[in-house]
Design a protein around this ligand. Structure first.
Ligand code: SF4
Length: 204
């Protein structure tokens, strides 16, 4: 899709990554270091969509390289999914945060910001043409399905999407990091791995 800020319709994921840096479709660019594009092979069969870049992702310019990315990597390995077969991206490409002393605290993007940034996710979907899209967490569900869907009731089943890909819902890996009890974290990790395995099985 052509962005009114940019004359050319992106023809590759590399074009999207470049164009993102000049995006002013919402106000989040003003408080972030850079836009963080998705990453992965051009025609990966599976796309994993998270919420937004975190502190580390914002600084490094790459998705899922912080603590939530470490959980995702472990879960993908446990599920037998090669990270190299997946295109990993976010619903929102700039880090929404609130300064608190020397730290920057994560703030959940609102519906308007998710809708504005869907422009880029739709380009990534059009160009990468994944067969399965896994929405991880509520913001990703809104971005991929264009409506809220309760995650815990609907995880583990496939939905047909408009672009012929199959949509799949699961939790965001960062949600596991917020669980204080180890037993809960372990159970949540196992459930997350089950979801990734089930999504991957759709490619068979
Ligand atoms: S968050 Fe998305 S829509 Fe908003 S400025 Fe960044 S790239 Fe553009």
């Amino acid at each position: 899709m052509a962005d009114p800020n940019h004359a050319e319709t992106p023809r590759s994921l590399g074009d999207v990554a470049k164009a993102l840096q000049g995006c002013r479709r919402c106000g989040l660019w003003a408080h972030a270091t850079q836009a963080v594009p998705g990453e992965g092979p051009a025609h990966a069969p599976m796309m994993l969509v998270g919420e937004q870049p975190g502190d580390q992702e914002d600084l490094q310019g790459r998705p899922f390289v912080g603590p939530a990315g470490a959980v995702l990597d472990r879960a993908l390995e446990a599920a037998g999914v090669e990270r190299g077969r997946a295109y990993v991206t976010n619903a929102v490409k700039h880090f929404k945060n609130e300064p608190r002393g020397k730290r920057r605290l994560h703030k959940t993007p609102n519906r308007g910001e998710i809708a504005a940034c869907r422009w880029w996710l739709d380009d990534e979907r059009r160009l990468a043409r994944p067969r399965v899209i896994v929405a991880m967490g509520g913001s990703a569900v809104l971005a991929v399905f264009k409506r809220p869907i309760p995650i815990l009731k609907n995880r583990g089943r496939a939905f047909q999407l408009e672009d012929q890909a199959q949509g799949f819902i699961t939790v965001h890996p960062a949600s596991l990091l917020r669980m204080p009890a180890e037993a809960d974290r372990l159970a949540a990790f196992e459930a997350f791995v089950r979801d990734l395995k089930a999504a991957h099985a759709l490619l068979a």
